[in-house]
Design a protein around this ligand. Sequence first.
Ligand SMILES: Nc1ncnc2c1ncn2[C@@H]1O[C@H](COP(=O)(O)OP(=O)(O)OP(=O)(O)O)[C@@H](O)[C@H]1O
Ligand SMILES: [Mg+2]
Length: 509
Amino acid sequence: MGWVSIPDPPPAAEDLRGLARSLRQLLEFGTQALLEDAEPAEVALRISGHLGCELTAIVLVAERFPKWEHVNVQRGVDAYLRTQRDDPEWFGTPGSGRHPHEDILSLISSPASQFVMFRGPRAHLIRGGDAVSGGRGAASYGTAAVGPEENTEVVTFGLVAAAAPDGAPVVIGIRDESQFGAPVCNLEILAADREAAAATRDEIGRLMRVHDVFRGQVLSFTESEHHGNELVSFLPRPAITAQDIVLPGGVLDSIEQHIIGIAEWSQDLLSAGQHLKRGLLLHGPPGTGKTHTVRYLTARLAESTVILLTGRSIRFIDAAAALARRLQPSMVVLEDVDLVATDRDYTPDGNPLLFSLLDAMDGIGADADVTFVLTTNRADILESALADRPGRVDLAIEIPRPDAGCRERLFRLYIRDLAVDADLEPVVAGTEGVTASFVKEMIRRTVLASLRAGERPPVLRDAHFTAVLAEMNGERQSLTRSLLGVDAGEDAGAGADPDGRPVCHRRFR
Ligand SMILES: Nc1ncnc2c1ncn2[C@@H]1O[C@H](COP(=O)(O)OP(=O)(O)OP(=O)(O)O)[C@@H](O)[C@H]1O
Ligand SMILES: [Mg+2]
Protein backbone atom coordinates (compact mmCIF):
# COMPACT_ATOMS: atom_id res chain seq x y z
CA MET A 1 0.00 0.00 0.00
CA GLY A 2 1.50 3.26 -0.94
CA TRP A 3 0.69 6.83 -0.21
CA VAL A 4 -0.74 9.02 -2.89
CA SER A 5 0.64 12.40 -2.43
CA ILE A 6 -1.53 15.33 -3.40
CA PRO A 7 0.47 17.48 -5.71
CA ASP A 8 1.08 20.94 -4.63
CA PRO A 9 -0.25 23.05 -6.17
CA PRO A 10 -3.39 20.81 -6.88
CA PRO A 11 -4.19 20.05 -10.54
CA ALA A 12 -6.23 22.63 -12.38
CA ALA A 13 -9.97 21.98 -12.75
CA GLU A 14 -9.50 21.78 -16.52
CA ASP A 15 -6.92 18.95 -16.13
CA LEU A 16 -9.28 17.04 -13.87
CA ARG A 17 -12.08 17.33 -16.42
CA GLY A 18 -9.73 16.07 -19.15
CA LEU A 19 -8.79 13.07 -16.99
CA ALA A 20 -12.48 12.26 -16.36
CA ARG A 21 -13.23 12.46 -20.09
CA SER A 22 -10.37 10.09 -20.90
CA LEU A 23 -11.48 7.60 -18.25
CA ARG A 24 -15.01 7.62 -19.59
CA GLN A 25 -13.80 7.02 -23.14
CA LEU A 26 -11.71 4.14 -21.87
CA LEU A 27 -14.78 2.64 -20.20
CA GLU A 28 -16.80 2.98 -23.41
CA PHE A 29 -14.10 1.30 -25.50
CA GLY A 30 -13.96 -1.52 -22.97
CA THR A 31 -17.73 -1.98 -23.00
CA GLN A 32 -17.77 -2.10 -26.79
CA ALA A 33 -15.02 -4.72 -26.81
CA LEU A 34 -17.00 -6.83 -24.34
CA LEU A 35 -20.12 -6.61 -26.52
CA GLU A 36 -18.23 -7.69 -29.60
CA ASP A 37 -16.96 -10.80 -27.85
CA ALA A 38 -20.30 -11.58 -26.29
CA GLU A 39 -22.34 -14.71 -26.84
CA PRO A 40 -25.56 -14.43 -28.85
CA ALA A 41 -28.64 -14.38 -26.70
CA GLU A 42 -30.41 -17.66 -26.05
CA VAL A 43 -33.41 -16.49 -28.03
CA ALA A 44 -31.17 -15.83 -31.04
CA LEU A 45 -29.69 -19.31 -30.77
CA ARG A 46 -33.13 -20.77 -30.65
CA ILE A 47 -34.20 -18.85 -33.76
CA SER A 48 -31.08 -19.57 -35.78
CA GLY A 49 -31.33 -23.20 -34.63
CA HIS A 50 -34.89 -23.43 -35.98
CA LEU A 51 -34.02 -21.65 -39.23
CA GLY A 52 -30.87 -23.72 -39.67
CA CYS A 53 -28.64 -20.78 -40.54
CA GLU A 54 -26.25 -18.33 -38.97
CA LEU A 55 -27.74 -15.32 -37.26
CA THR A 56 -26.14 -13.04 -39.83
CA ALA A 57 -27.79 -14.94 -42.70
CA ILE A 58 -31.36 -14.47 -41.42
CA VAL A 59 -33.64 -12.45 -43.69
CA LEU A 60 -36.45 -10.33 -42.32
CA VAL A 61 -39.66 -9.58 -44.22
CA ALA A 62 -41.84 -7.14 -42.32
CA GLU A 63 -45.14 -5.37 -42.75
CA ARG A 64 -46.58 -2.62 -40.57
CA PHE A 65 -50.23 -2.15 -39.86
CA PRO A 66 -52.09 0.57 -38.03
CA LYS A 67 -52.75 -0.56 -34.48
CA TRP A 68 -56.43 -1.10 -35.09
CA GLU A 69 -55.54 -3.87 -37.56
CA HIS A 70 -53.62 -5.75 -34.85
CA VAL A 71 -56.54 -8.05 -34.21
CA ASN A 72 -56.58 -9.03 -37.88
CA VAL A 73 -52.84 -9.66 -37.87
CA GLN A 74 -53.38 -11.99 -34.92
CA ARG A 75 -56.27 -13.71 -36.68
CA GLY A 76 -54.21 -14.18 -39.83
CA VAL A 77 -51.26 -15.61 -37.91
CA ASP A 78 -53.50 -17.85 -35.80
CA ALA A 79 -55.23 -19.19 -38.92
CA TYR A 80 -51.84 -19.75 -40.52
CA LEU A 81 -50.52 -21.61 -37.48
CA ARG A 82 -53.65 -23.75 -37.33
CA THR A 83 -52.71 -25.19 -40.71
CA GLN A 84 -49.41 -26.41 -39.22
CA ARG A 85 -49.58 -27.31 -35.58
CA ASP A 86 -52.06 -27.63 -32.77
CA ASP A 87 -50.42 -25.69 -30.03
CA PRO A 88 -48.12 -22.90 -31.17
CA GLU A 89 -45.56 -21.94 -28.58
CA TRP A 90 -45.08 -18.19 -28.46
CA PHE A 91 -41.94 -16.90 -26.82
CA GLY A 92 -40.30 -13.55 -26.28
CA THR A 93 -37.16 -11.96 -24.97
CA PRO A 94 -37.05 -10.48 -21.50
CA GLY A 95 -35.42 -7.34 -22.81
CA SER A 96 -37.91 -6.80 -25.62
CA GLY A 97 -39.84 -4.02 -23.95
CA ARG A 98 -36.67 -1.95 -23.67
CA HIS A 99 -35.95 -2.00 -27.38
CA PRO A 100 -39.10 -0.52 -28.83
CA HIS A 101 -37.65 0.88 -32.04
CA GLU A 102 -35.68 -2.06 -33.32
CA ASP A 103 -37.10 -4.71 -35.56
CA ILE A 104 -37.09 -8.22 -34.23
CA LEU A 105 -33.99 -9.15 -36.18
CA SER A 106 -31.85 -6.36 -34.75
CA LEU A 107 -33.21 -7.11 -31.32
CA ILE A 108 -32.27 -10.78 -31.34
CA SER A 109 -28.99 -10.07 -33.09
CA SER A 110 -27.90 -8.10 -30.05
CA PRO A 111 -25.44 -10.09 -28.00
CA ALA A 112 -26.77 -11.43 -24.72
CA SER A 113 -24.80 -8.82 -22.83
CA GLN A 114 -26.58 -6.02 -24.59
CA PHE A 115 -29.78 -6.74 -22.78
CA VAL A 116 -29.22 -3.93 -20.40
CA MET A 117 -31.17 -3.32 -17.30
CA PHE A 118 -31.66 0.29 -16.41
CA ARG A 119 -31.85 1.27 -12.81
CA GLY A 120 -32.10 4.94 -12.11
CA PRO A 121 -29.78 7.11 -14.12
CA ARG A 122 -27.04 4.48 -14.52
CA ALA A 123 -27.13 1.50 -16.82
CA HIS A 124 -25.77 -1.73 -15.40
CA LEU A 125 -24.50 -4.22 -17.87
CA ILE A 126 -25.56 -7.67 -16.88
CA ARG A 127 -24.00 -10.67 -18.53
CA GLY A 128 -25.03 -14.27 -18.66
CA GLY A 129 -28.37 -16.01 -18.96
CA ASP A 130 -30.18 -14.67 -15.95
CA ALA A 131 -33.66 -13.24 -15.91
CA VAL A 132 -32.85 -9.82 -17.33
CA SER A 133 -30.33 -10.85 -19.93
CA GLY A 134 -30.98 -12.11 -23.41
CA GLY A 135 -32.43 -15.41 -22.33
CA ARG A 136 -35.78 -16.66 -23.55
CA GLY A 137 -38.80 -15.04 -22.06
CA ALA A 138 -42.55 -15.27 -22.33
CA ALA A 139 -44.43 -13.45 -25.07
CA SER A 140 -46.39 -10.36 -24.00
CA TYR A 141 -50.13 -10.19 -24.55
CA GLY A 142 -52.84 -7.57 -24.72
CA THR A 143 -56.52 -7.53 -25.65
CA ALA A 144 -58.34 -6.33 -28.72
CA ALA A 145 -62.03 -6.08 -29.51
CA VAL A 146 -63.57 -8.51 -31.99
CA GLY A 147 -67.14 -7.28 -31.57
CA PRO A 148 -69.23 -4.81 -29.59
CA GLU A 149 -69.06 -6.97 -26.47
CA GLU A 150 -66.24 -9.34 -27.17
CA ASN A 151 -62.48 -9.19 -26.75
CA THR A 152 -59.70 -11.51 -27.70
CA GLU A 153 -56.10 -11.92 -26.61
CA VAL A 154 -53.42 -10.64 -28.97
CA VAL A 155 -49.66 -11.02 -28.85
CA THR A 156 -48.06 -7.61 -28.38
CA PHE A 157 -44.52 -8.96 -28.49
CA GLY A 158 -43.83 -12.55 -29.38
CA LEU A 159 -42.25 -15.00 -31.73
CA VAL A 160 -43.34 -18.42 -32.86
CA ALA A 161 -41.51 -21.09 -34.84
CA ALA A 162 -43.40 -22.21 -37.94
CA ALA A 163 -42.92 -23.34 -41.52
CA ALA A 164 -43.34 -21.39 -44.77
CA PRO A 165 -45.99 -22.65 -47.22
CA ASP A 166 -43.25 -24.66 -48.96
CA GLY A 167 -42.17 -26.20 -45.65
CA ALA A 168 -39.01 -24.14 -45.08
CA PRO A 169 -38.58 -23.10 -41.46
CA VAL A 170 -39.65 -19.55 -40.54
CA VAL A 171 -40.16 -17.60 -37.33
CA ILE A 172 -43.20 -15.35 -37.18
CA GLY A 173 -43.14 -12.29 -34.94
CA ILE A 174 -45.79 -9.83 -33.86
CA ARG A 175 -44.60 -6.64 -32.27
CA ASP A 176 -46.49 -3.56 -31.17
CA GLU A 177 -44.81 -0.25 -31.37
CA SER A 178 -46.29 2.81 -29.75
CA GLN A 179 -43.46 5.00 -28.57
CA PHE A 180 -43.71 7.74 -31.16
CA GLY A 181 -46.36 8.69 -33.68
CA ALA A 182 -49.40 6.58 -34.40
CA PRO A 183 -49.19 3.13 -32.79
CA VAL A 184 -48.47 0.32 -35.20
CA CYS A 185 -48.44 -3.44 -35.20
CA ASN A 186 -45.52 -5.09 -36.98
CA LEU A 187 -45.74 -8.49 -38.56
CA GLU A 188 -42.19 -9.79 -38.98
CA ILE A 189 -41.14 -13.03 -40.64
CA LEU A 190 -37.64 -14.40 -40.21
CA ALA A 191 -36.30 -17.04 -42.55
CA ALA A 192 -33.10 -18.27 -44.15
CA ASP A 193 -34.29 -17.04 -47.53
CA ARG A 194 -36.44 -14.17 -48.67
CA GLU A 195 -38.92 -16.21 -50.74
CA ALA A 196 -39.92 -18.35 -47.77
CA ALA A 197 -40.43 -15.27 -45.59
CA ALA A 198 -42.36 -13.39 -48.29
CA ALA A 199 -44.58 -16.38 -49.10
CA THR A 200 -45.42 -16.75 -45.40
CA ARG A 201 -46.23 -13.05 -45.13
CA ASP A 202 -48.47 -13.24 -48.23
CA GLU A 203 -50.34 -16.26 -46.94
CA ILE A 204 -50.90 -14.60 -43.55
CA GLY A 205 -52.13 -11.51 -45.42
CA ARG A 206 -54.61 -13.65 -47.38
CA LEU A 207 -55.85 -15.32 -44.20
CA MET A 208 -56.20 -11.91 -42.52
CA ARG A 209 -58.70 -10.96 -45.22
CA VAL A 210 -60.53 -14.28 -44.94
CA HIS A 211 -60.88 -13.92 -41.17
CA ASP A 212 -61.27 -10.14 -41.11
CA VAL A 213 -63.00 -9.28 -37.80
CA PHE A 214 -64.45 -6.11 -39.26
CA ARG A 215 -66.46 -7.86 -41.96
CA GLY A 216 -70.19 -7.48 -41.44
CA GLN A 217 -69.75 -5.31 -38.34
CA VAL A 218 -70.91 -1.82 -37.48
CA LEU A 219 -67.74 0.18 -36.91
CA SER A 220 -66.94 3.69 -35.96
CA PHE A 221 -63.71 5.56 -36.38
CA THR A 222 -63.04 7.66 -33.34
CA GLU A 223 -60.16 9.84 -32.45
CA SER A 224 -58.02 8.32 -29.72
CA GLU A 225 -56.66 10.41 -26.88
CA HIS A 226 -53.32 8.78 -27.49
CA HIS A 227 -51.27 10.12 -30.36
CA GLY A 228 -54.43 11.36 -32.09
CA ASN A 229 -54.47 8.16 -34.09
CA GLU A 230 -57.53 6.69 -35.66
CA LEU A 231 -59.12 3.82 -33.84
CA VAL A 232 -61.86 1.55 -34.93
CA SER A 233 -64.51 0.49 -32.45
CA PHE A 234 -67.44 -1.86 -32.76
CA LEU A 235 -71.03 -0.77 -32.25
CA PRO A 236 -74.06 -2.97 -31.77
CA ARG A 237 -76.29 -3.19 -34.84
CA PRO A 238 -79.53 -1.34 -34.06
CA ALA A 239 -82.78 -3.25 -34.20
CA ILE A 240 -85.00 -0.65 -35.86
CA THR A 241 -87.83 -1.59 -38.16
CA ALA A 242 -89.80 0.45 -40.69
CA GLN A 243 -92.59 0.71 -38.07
CA ASP A 244 -90.26 2.73 -35.86
CA ILE A 245 -89.85 5.48 -38.45
CA VAL A 246 -92.40 8.09 -39.33
CA LEU A 247 -91.70 9.94 -42.57
CA PRO A 248 -93.97 11.47 -45.21
CA GLY A 249 -95.37 8.93 -47.64
CA GLY A 250 -92.89 7.64 -50.19
CA VAL A 251 -89.76 9.05 -48.51
CA LEU A 252 -88.63 5.85 -46.84
CA ASP A 253 -89.52 3.90 -49.99
CA SER A 254 -87.25 6.05 -52.17
CA ILE A 255 -84.40 5.65 -49.70
CA GLU A 256 -84.87 1.91 -49.47
CA GLN A 257 -85.11 1.48 -53.20
CA HIS A 258 -81.90 3.36 -53.70
CA ILE A 259 -79.87 1.71 -50.97
CA ILE A 260 -81.38 -1.69 -50.32
CA GLY A 261 -82.87 -2.27 -53.77
CA ILE A 262 -79.44 -1.92 -55.39
CA ALA A 263 -77.90 -4.21 -52.74
CA GLU A 264 -80.52 -6.88 -53.36
CA TRP A 265 -80.02 -6.81 -57.12
CA SER A 266 -76.29 -6.23 -57.11
CA GLN A 267 -75.29 -9.26 -59.17
CA ASP A 268 -77.96 -8.69 -61.82
CA LEU A 269 -77.18 -4.98 -62.01
CA LEU A 270 -73.49 -5.73 -62.50
CA SER A 271 -74.30 -8.26 -65.22
CA ALA A 272 -76.40 -5.64 -66.91
CA GLY A 273 -73.41 -3.29 -66.87
CA GLN A 274 -74.79 -1.01 -64.14
CA HIS A 275 -72.76 0.55 -61.35
CA LEU A 276 -73.41 -0.26 -57.71
CA LYS A 277 -71.74 2.56 -55.88
CA ARG A 278 -74.30 5.01 -54.59
CA GLY A 279 -74.46 8.18 -52.58
CA LEU A 280 -77.39 9.40 -50.52
CA LEU A 281 -77.70 12.79 -48.87
CA LEU A 282 -80.22 13.12 -46.05
CA HIS A 283 -80.83 16.72 -45.11
CA GLY A 284 -83.29 18.47 -42.86
CA PRO A 285 -83.63 20.17 -39.49
CA PRO A 286 -82.16 18.59 -36.34
CA GLY A 287 -84.25 15.91 -34.70
CA THR A 288 -86.29 14.94 -37.74
CA GLY A 289 -84.88 11.43 -38.14
CA LYS A 290 -81.78 11.51 -40.35
CA THR A 291 -79.69 9.48 -37.92
CA HIS A 292 -82.74 7.38 -37.11
CA THR A 293 -83.11 6.54 -40.81
CA VAL A 294 -79.42 5.66 -41.06
CA ARG A 295 -79.85 3.33 -38.08
CA TYR A 296 -82.79 1.72 -39.83
CA LEU A 297 -80.70 1.20 -42.99
CA THR A 298 -77.95 -0.30 -40.81
CA ALA A 299 -80.47 -2.73 -39.37
CA ARG A 300 -81.83 -3.60 -42.83
CA LEU A 301 -78.41 -4.19 -44.35
CA ALA A 302 -77.73 -6.91 -41.80
CA GLU A 303 -74.95 -8.50 -43.86
CA SER A 304 -73.17 -5.28 -44.75
CA THR A 305 -70.24 -3.68 -43.01
CA VAL A 306 -71.21 -0.22 -41.81
CA ILE A 307 -68.57 2.41 -41.08
CA LEU A 308 -69.64 5.49 -39.19
CA LEU A 309 -67.75 8.74 -39.22
CA THR A 310 -69.11 11.70 -37.31
CA GLY A 311 -67.87 15.26 -37.20
CA ARG A 312 -64.11 15.46 -36.88
CA SER A 313 -63.52 11.78 -37.44
CA ILE A 314 -64.55 12.41 -41.05
CA ARG A 315 -60.86 13.17 -41.50
CA PHE A 316 -60.29 9.40 -41.44
CA ILE A 317 -62.26 9.15 -44.65
CA ASP A 318 -59.41 7.61 -46.65
CA ALA A 319 -58.91 4.76 -44.17
CA ALA A 320 -62.68 4.32 -43.91
CA ALA A 321 -63.10 4.24 -47.70
CA ALA A 322 -60.30 1.66 -48.00
CA LEU A 323 -61.98 -0.45 -45.35
CA ALA A 324 -65.35 -0.09 -47.12
CA ARG A 325 -63.81 -1.23 -50.39
CA ARG A 326 -62.20 -4.20 -48.69
CA LEU A 327 -65.33 -5.24 -46.82
CA GLN A 328 -68.07 -4.71 -49.40
CA PRO A 329 -71.00 -4.83 -49.40
CA SER A 330 -70.58 -1.87 -47.14
CA MET A 331 -72.04 1.47 -46.17
CA VAL A 332 -70.03 4.50 -45.08
CA VAL A 333 -72.07 6.97 -43.05
CA LEU A 334 -70.79 10.51 -42.80
CA GLU A 335 -72.84 12.21 -40.13
CA ASP A 336 -73.22 15.96 -39.80
CA VAL A 337 -70.96 16.67 -42.73
CA ASP A 338 -71.58 20.40 -42.45
CA LEU A 339 -69.57 20.50 -39.21
CA VAL A 340 -66.35 19.86 -41.09
CA ALA A 341 -67.29 20.84 -44.61
CA THR A 342 -64.99 23.83 -44.58
CA ASP A 343 -62.37 22.42 -42.20
CA ARG A 344 -58.95 22.67 -43.84
CA ASP A 345 -56.95 21.57 -40.81
CA TYR A 346 -56.78 17.90 -41.52
CA THR A 347 -56.26 17.76 -45.23
CA PRO A 348 -52.77 17.39 -46.67
CA ASP A 349 -53.45 19.83 -49.50
CA GLY A 350 -55.22 22.39 -47.33
CA ASN A 351 -58.48 21.91 -49.18
CA PRO A 352 -61.70 21.73 -47.21
CA LEU A 353 -62.31 18.30 -45.74
CA LEU A 354 -65.46 18.06 -47.79
CA PHE A 355 -63.35 17.92 -50.96
CA SER A 356 -61.24 15.07 -49.57
CA LEU A 357 -64.45 13.36 -48.72
CA LEU A 358 -65.79 13.75 -52.23
CA ASP A 359 -62.44 12.60 -53.64
CA ALA A 360 -62.54 9.49 -51.46
CA MET A 361 -66.07 8.77 -52.67
CA ASP A 362 -64.87 9.16 -56.20
CA GLY A 363 -61.83 6.96 -55.59
CA ILE A 364 -63.95 3.89 -55.04
CA GLY A 365 -64.66 1.98 -58.24
CA ALA A 366 -68.17 2.37 -59.61
CA ASP A 367 -68.82 -1.36 -59.48
CA ALA A 368 -67.99 -1.56 -55.77
CA ASP A 369 -71.02 -2.35 -53.65
CA VAL A 370 -70.38 0.62 -51.40
CA THR A 371 -72.98 3.10 -50.25
CA PHE A 372 -72.15 6.54 -48.94
CA VAL A 373 -74.74 8.23 -46.78
CA LEU A 374 -74.18 11.85 -45.85
CA THR A 375 -76.34 13.63 -43.31
CA THR A 376 -76.55 17.33 -42.63
CA ASN A 377 -78.89 19.99 -41.41
CA ARG A 378 -77.05 22.57 -43.52
CA ALA A 379 -77.60 21.38 -47.07
CA ASP A 380 -76.84 24.96 -48.17
CA ILE A 381 -73.19 24.58 -47.09
CA LEU A 382 -72.78 21.44 -49.17
CA GLU A 383 -74.77 22.58 -52.14
CA SER A 384 -72.06 24.26 -54.19
CA ALA A 385 -69.41 21.61 -53.44
CA LEU A 386 -71.81 18.88 -54.50
CA ALA A 387 -72.90 20.80 -57.57
CA ASP A 388 -69.23 21.34 -58.57
CA ARG A 389 -68.47 17.66 -58.29
CA PRO A 390 -71.51 15.84 -59.55
CA GLY A 391 -71.93 12.09 -59.41
CA ARG A 392 -71.00 11.52 -55.79
CA VAL A 393 -74.47 11.96 -54.39
CA ASP A 394 -77.10 10.49 -56.66
CA LEU A 395 -80.07 10.93 -54.36
CA ALA A 396 -80.73 13.85 -52.03
CA ILE A 397 -83.71 13.50 -49.73
CA GLU A 398 -85.14 16.06 -47.41
CA ILE A 399 -86.28 14.80 -44.05
CA PRO A 400 -88.77 17.51 -43.11
CA ARG A 401 -90.50 18.38 -39.89
CA PRO A 402 -93.56 16.17 -39.52
CA ASP A 403 -96.87 17.43 -40.87
CA ALA A 404 -100.08 16.80 -38.90
CA GLY A 405 -100.46 13.28 -40.30
CA CYS A 406 -96.89 12.37 -39.37
CA ARG A 407 -97.21 13.96 -35.95
CA GLU A 408 -100.25 11.86 -35.23
CA ARG A 409 -98.34 8.74 -36.28
CA LEU A 410 -95.43 9.86 -34.12
CA PHE A 411 -97.67 10.31 -31.08
CA ARG A 412 -99.09 6.84 -31.60
CA LEU A 413 -95.63 5.40 -32.14
CA TYR A 414 -94.24 6.81 -28.91
CA ILE A 415 -97.41 6.25 -26.88
CA ARG A 416 -97.13 2.56 -27.87
CA ASP A 417 -99.32 0.60 -25.46
CA LEU A 418 -99.53 3.20 -22.73
CA ALA A 419 -103.02 3.99 -21.47
CA VAL A 420 -104.44 7.19 -23.00
CA ASP A 421 -107.45 9.14 -21.83
CA ALA A 422 -107.10 12.17 -24.07
CA ASP A 423 -108.14 13.61 -27.37
CA LEU A 424 -104.96 13.55 -29.44
CA GLU A 425 -106.31 15.79 -32.17
CA PRO A 426 -105.74 19.09 -30.36
CA VAL A 427 -102.33 17.88 -29.20
CA VAL A 428 -101.38 17.14 -32.80
CA ALA A 429 -102.75 20.48 -33.96
CA GLY A 430 -100.92 22.30 -31.18
CA THR A 431 -97.53 20.93 -32.05
CA GLU A 432 -97.23 22.25 -35.55
CA GLY A 433 -93.64 22.86 -36.48
CA VAL A 434 -92.02 20.63 -33.90
CA THR A 435 -89.67 17.77 -34.76
CA ALA A 436 -90.07 14.05 -34.22
CA SER A 437 -87.66 14.12 -31.31
CA PHE A 438 -89.81 16.84 -29.71
CA VAL A 439 -92.83 14.54 -29.87
CA LYS A 440 -90.83 11.70 -28.35
CA GLU A 441 -89.70 13.91 -25.47
CA MET A 442 -93.23 15.20 -25.02
CA ILE A 443 -94.53 11.69 -24.44
CA ARG A 444 -91.86 11.00 -21.86
CA ARG A 445 -92.74 14.14 -19.97
CA THR A 446 -96.43 13.37 -20.16
CA VAL A 447 -95.79 9.93 -18.67
CA LEU A 448 -93.74 11.61 -15.95
CA ALA A 449 -96.55 14.11 -15.28
CA SER A 450 -98.97 11.25 -14.82
CA LEU A 451 -96.57 9.38 -12.51
CA ARG A 452 -96.07 12.54 -10.49
CA ALA A 453 -99.85 12.80 -10.17
CA GLY A 454 -99.76 9.40 -8.50
CA GLU A 455 -101.05 7.34 -11.41
CA ARG A 456 -99.55 3.87 -11.63
CA PRO A 457 -99.53 2.62 -14.30
CA PRO A 458 -99.47 6.06 -15.92
CA VAL A 459 -102.42 7.34 -17.94
CA LEU A 460 -101.85 10.07 -20.51
CA ARG A 461 -104.60 12.63 -19.94
CA ASP A 462 -105.54 15.89 -21.66
CA ALA A 463 -104.43 17.88 -18.65
CA HIS A 464 -100.98 16.28 -18.70
CA PHE A 465 -100.56 16.99 -22.42
CA THR A 466 -101.66 20.60 -21.96
CA ALA A 467 -99.31 21.16 -19.05
CA VAL A 468 -96.36 19.50 -20.76
CA LEU A 469 -96.83 21.39 -23.99
CA ALA A 470 -97.03 24.66 -22.09
CA GLU A 471 -93.92 23.69 -20.19
CA MET A 472 -92.00 22.68 -23.29
CA ASN A 473 -92.96 25.88 -25.00
CA GLY A 474 -92.15 28.00 -22.00
CA GLU A 475 -89.44 30.58 -21.83
CA ARG A 476 -87.32 28.51 -19.50
CA GLN A 477 -87.22 25.69 -21.99
CA SER A 478 -85.77 27.81 -24.76
CA LEU A 479 -82.40 26.06 -24.70
CA THR A 480 -83.95 22.62 -24.58
CA ARG A 481 -86.22 23.57 -27.42
CA SER A 482 -83.33 24.66 -29.55
CA LEU A 483 -81.56 21.40 -28.79
CA LEU A 484 -84.66 19.52 -29.81
CA GLY A 485 -84.80 21.44 -33.04
CA VAL A 486 -87.30 24.19 -32.32
CA ASP A 487 -86.18 27.73 -32.89
CA ALA A 488 -85.68 29.35 -29.51
CA GLY A 489 -85.38 32.78 -31.00
CA GLU A 490 -89.06 32.97 -31.86
CA ASP A 491 -91.94 33.98 -29.62
CA ALA A 492 -92.09 31.49 -26.86
CA GLY A 493 -95.53 32.45 -25.61
CA ALA A 494 -97.66 29.38 -25.67
CA GLY A 495 -100.33 27.72 -23.70
CA ALA A 496 -103.93 26.84 -24.37
CA ASP A 497 -106.48 28.40 -26.71
CA PRO A 498 -109.88 29.53 -25.44
CA ASP A 499 -111.10 25.93 -25.60
CA GLY A 500 -108.22 24.78 -23.47
CA ARG A 501 -106.40 23.22 -26.40
CA PRO A 502 -102.65 23.48 -26.38
CA VAL A 503 -101.24 25.85 -28.95
CA CYS A 504 -97.83 27.12 -29.85
CA HIS A 505 -97.61 30.45 -31.60
CA ARG A 506 -94.25 30.39 -33.25
CA ARG A 507 -92.43 29.64 -36.36
CA PHE A 508 -89.98 26.85 -36.17
CA ARG A 509 -86.69 26.44 -37.93
N1 LIG B 1 -88.95 10.45 -38.34
C1 LIG B 1 -88.86 9.90 -37.13
N2 LIG B 1 -89.63 8.85 -36.79
C2 LIG B 1 -89.57 8.32 -35.57
N3 LIG B 1 -88.75 8.76 -34.60
C3 LIG B 1 -87.95 9.79 -34.87
C4 LIG B 1 -87.97 10.40 -36.16
N4 LIG B 1 -87.08 11.40 -36.15
C5 LIG B 1 -86.50 11.41 -34.95
N5 LIG B 1 -87.03 10.45 -34.17
C6 LIG B 1 -86.63 10.18 -32.78
O1 LIG B 1 -85.83 11.27 -32.32
C7 LIG B 1 -84.50 10.84 -32.07
C8 LIG B 1 -83.53 11.85 -32.61
O2 LIG B 1 -83.60 11.93 -34.02
P1 LIG B 1 -82.33 11.84 -34.99
O3 LIG B 1 -81.12 11.66 -34.18
O4 LIG B 1 -82.60 10.85 -36.04
O5 LIG B 1 -82.35 13.30 -35.57
P2 LIG B 1 -81.42 13.89 -36.73
O6 LIG B 1 -82.32 14.24 -37.87
O7 LIG B 1 -80.32 12.98 -37.01
O8 LIG B 1 -80.93 15.23 -36.04
P3 LIG B 1 -79.52 15.97 -36.16
O9 LIG B 1 -79.57 16.81 -37.38
O10 LIG B 1 -79.48 16.79 -34.92
O11 LIG B 1 -78.46 14.93 -36.19
C9 LIG B 1 -84.37 9.48 -32.75
O12 LIG B 1 -83.48 8.65 -32.07
C10 LIG B 1 -85.78 8.94 -32.70
O13 LIG B 1 -86.01 8.33 -31.46
MG1 LIG C 1 -78.24 13.08 -36.64
